[in-house]
Design a protein around this ligand. Structure first.
Ligand code: HSE
Length: 291
């Protein structure tokens, strides 16, 4: 039996819609895999009651199929489903890394990204690489049709998860079909600024690059209190704030010394609009780890 810990992720980061992602140091899913004649799945942990154990409907079933690696797979969820923290991607990433090792398939981490994305397609209807890439490879990742580029970056982050649910399907339905050229120009500037900030471990450049005037404003309407929470985080010292993935988690970059005050400000502001929330004081972390 092998055990793999795969981290939560935050994908998009404002200007990098469906391209940028980061591995978070915490929370994480822990997955155990054991060779068997056929695929079976057992799910425990946060939100496990909402996750199907049928291999045809669970993200890890598709991964086991793609690797031709039948196994008994135990998933201990640390990443809440429908949180915007790459919950299904964490399970898919852990299964891909674990089954690749268990069956000695010999795939590189980068080759495992599209395999894990097949699992993502089972739950979201679309094969996105932007969450599975950082969960498998760690760091800050740029996922395009040509492959994944990874930067090892060190940026303090605060992820605030409100006690509301936003489905990825709903969050994708509100994405505008087109954008103006002036929005394209500013998005390119922010994306380049964010990437430079990751290379320099500079939370100010990363924060500036988390801006977005196309997708995030449309999705903010789905999150009660988003603009108040964003303002409160910025007042408390955040260098940038945006929606994590499809939401409802709100993610902030900051300097190390401001992490606690930013987290407290975000929780207090959600509470003030009647929404319970929890906070993860975290940072950019490494990818799936085998034990
Ligand atoms: N980039 C995706 C989105 C992540 O924001 O919709 C969720 O799969």
């Amino acid at each position: 039996m092998l055990t793999v810990r795969a981290p939560a992720t935050s994908a998009n980061l404002g200007s990098g819609f469906d391209v940028f992602g980061v591995a978070l140091d915490r929370p994480a899913d822990v997955v155990r895999v054991e060779k068997a004649d056929e695929i079976s799945i057992e799910v425990t942990g946060v939100g496990s009651q909402y996750i199907p154990e049928d291999p045809d409907k669970n993200t890890v079933g598709a991964v086991a199929d793609a690797l031709d690696a039948p196994a008994h797979i135990e998933i201990d969820k640390g990443v809440r489903p429908a949180s915007g923290l790459g919950s299904s991607a964490a399970s898919a990433a852990a299964a891909a890394v674990g089954l690749n090792e268990l069956y000695d398939r010999g795939h590189s981490r980068e080759e495992l990204v599209p395999i894990a994305a097949k699992g993502e397609a089972v739950v979201s209807g679309d094969a996105h690489d932007d969450n599975v890439a950082p969960s498998i490879m760690g760091g800050f990742t740029i996922a395009t049709d040509d492959g994944v580029t990874k930067v090892d970056a060190d940026i303090p982050l605060v992820a605030c998860l409100p006690d509301i649910v936003v489905s990825t399907r709903d969050a994708r339905r509100v994405v505008p079909e087109s954008a103006r050229v002036d929005q394209l120009v500013e998005t390119v500037g922010w994306a380049a600024t964010l990437t430079t900030g990751m290379h320099r471990d500079d939370p100010h450049l990363v924060g500036e690059g988390m801006n977005d005037t196309v997708v995030t404003p449309a999705r903010a309407e789905l999150i009660d209190g988003y603009s108040q929470v964003r303002d409160a985080a910025l007042d408390a010292g955040a260098t940038g704030v945006t929606i994590s993935g499809a939401g409802p988690t709100v993610i902030a970059a900051c300097e190390e010394g401001n992490r606690r005050s930013v987290g407290t400000a975000m929780i207090d502001r959600f509470n003030s609009v009647g929404v319970e929330a929890r906070v993860y004081q975290t940072e950019i972390g490494r990818g799936a780890t085998l034990f």
